[in-house]
Design a binder for this molecule. Structure first.
Ligand code: GRF
Length: 224
């Protein structure tokens, strides 16, 4: 499978994907990494793995549409099977999303449909939720609303802060993204014409993991 990964920041999810691919644990050819921030630390991971990097800052473009069009042209030049959003912190235009119809995947730090948007960890704590987690989903024009492919959850402890909870969720993300990309590459997970897992239509909430079951899966696959 050929991927282009979009980032804006630390790129810890990108790093886990690159490591799993290098170890041969997932069949993933990351052709390029694109960032909308020149300062994104994740670009250093791309550099370390010898992967093409492109920085397209929004300030260089007159509109969101023109910025997205330029990014789409770069992506198209690599002919990827999928576009992976890994901490890409900018809303994509409808034209961009439609251009890559059903081929954009995102990871979001909440148990969708709860807590779309930002500050998810603090909002979950404020609401006294017992659990929080992350979701991998397909990207559609409506923010954080596409078909959920998988979710992993972790308990919120009484002394959790937004920072400690973010750390716990990051651990889940680092296990879940490689696992889902593995299922894509083996065609156990298919996104078109319908989203199916092992030839069964996927439930609207996607594959469900607890912290423990995800850890076990991740260990079995060698991701941990
Ligand atoms: C992750 O929490 C992801 O869910 C969100 O942005 C964060 C990216 O982290 N979309 P990193 O850049 O991969 O470290």
């Amino acid at each position: 499978m050929r991927y282009v990964v979009l980032i804006s920041g630390a790129g810890s999810n990108l790093l886990k994907i690159l490591q799993a691919a290098k170890l041969g644990l997932i069949e993933a050819d990351v052709s390029a990494v694109i960032s909308n921030k020149a300062s994104a630390k994740g670009l250093q991971h791309a550099q370390a793995f010898g992967i093409a990097q492109h920085v397209l800052e929004q300030s260089a473009f007159a509109s969101r549409e023109m910025h997205d069009l330029a990014i789409a042209e770069v992506i198209d030049s690599y002919k990827p099977d999928y576009i992976i959003l890994a901490g890409y912190m900018r809303i994509l235009s409808t034209e961009f999303i439609q251009h890559f119809d059903n081929r954009i995947i995102n990871i979001h730090p909440s148990l969708l449909p709860l807590y779309k948007g930002l500050n998810t960890h603090q909002r979950a704590i404020d609401d006294k939720q017992a659990h929080h987690g992350c979701s991998i989903h397909m990207v559609t024009p409506e923010l954080d609303s596409g078909q959920i492919l998988a979710q992993a959850q972790v308990a919120i402890d009484a002394d959790d802060t937004a920072e400690s909870l973010a750390d716990k969720v990051h651990v889940l993300e680092h296990q879940l993204y490689p696992l889902i990309l593995r299922y894509l590459s083996t065609a156990e997970l298919k996104l078109t014409p319908n989203v199916t897992f092992k030839n069964e239509l996927l439930d609207p909430q996607g594959l469900q993991y607890t912290q423990q079951t995800l850890l076990e899966m991740s260990r079995n696959e060698g991701f941990n």
